[in-house]
Design a protein. Structure first.
Length: 251
């Protein structure tokens, strides 16, 4: 009986050695490209960033590069709070985050049909009013005043609002209200959200989610008029971290 254990141990060790590299197994070469590395994002955001049917995670393909970069920095540095995103980008340098942002911004892919939304005509009309005209009594500007007349965003840092799941839109309004999503001061979205009721948020998200994305969904190059209120996140990309912090991050 005593002889069995040494033999068993040798067998286990031999198997472990073979698995760990003792037996050479040819592996196909994997290209070290940003497209290959970005596949890690596909589990939540879908292939090439075009989103999945899950309904909570946003489409990131085709969004303005500056906006995507700012959000990656915000997740890394704690301005936005979502544990999985923070874990993914925590050790990434500014340069690498910019490379990721540029990659996804360059993916101009077809959108699926708009989401079916089960709300009343009155709620849908309230949503249309908020998005296209705003609410002067509440000092809430129209969404189109900042996000572009086509609501497809404005380069380099203002995102589009169409083609996003309603659950995601509602969650972001909640994050602004609860201060788990923040951005460079003055934080215009936090200010606007504080003026909206839950019914307003529900109406706006319902209308936005139900709208088709135009054939040309490229973000506008600029806005025709000045922003209706000061907005820190709309004026350029974030400059973050010091040299020592960046040196310790990969790649």
């Amino acid at each position: 009986m005593k002889k069995i254990f040494p033999l068993l141990n040798c067998f286990i060790f031999a198997c472990a050695f073979a698995i760990s590299g003792g037996v050479a197994i040819a592996q196909p070469a994997i290209p070290d490209t940003i497209a290959q590395r970005a596949l890690a994002c596909a589990a939540c955001h879908g292939k090439e960033g075009r989103a999945t049917s899950e309904g909570f995670f946003p489409r990131i393909a085709g969004k303005p590069a500056g906006y995507l970069y700012n959000q990656l920095v915000n997740f890394r540095d704690g301005q936005r709070q979502y544990p999985m995103m923070t874990y993914m980008v925590d050790q990434m340098s500014d340069a690498y985050l910019k490379e990721l942002a540029d990659y996804f911004a360059s993916q101009h892919l077809p959108y699926p049909p708009p989401q079916a939304v089960n709300v009343s005509k009155e709620e849908m009309e309230r949503g249309r009013q908020l998005v296209l005209s705003g609410d002067a009594a509440k000092k809430v500007p129209a969404c189109v005043a900042c996000h572009g007349q086509k609501l497809t965003g404005v380069a380099p840092t203002i995102p589009g609002l169409l083609g996003l799941p309603r659950d995601y839109l509602n969650a972001q309004f909640g994050a602004w209200r609860n201060k788990t999503r923040r951005t460079a001061a003055p934080d215009c979205m936090a200010e606007i959200t504080s003026r909206l009721t839950p019914a307003d948020v529900s109406a706006a998200s319902a209308w936005l989610a139900s709208q088709p994305v135009p054939a040309n969904s490229t973000p506008a190059a600029s806005l025709p008029v000045k922003l209706p209120l000061p907005c820190g996140s709309a004026h350029g990309v974030i400059v973050s971290g010091n040299a020592a912090q960046q040196a310790g991050r990969q790649p």
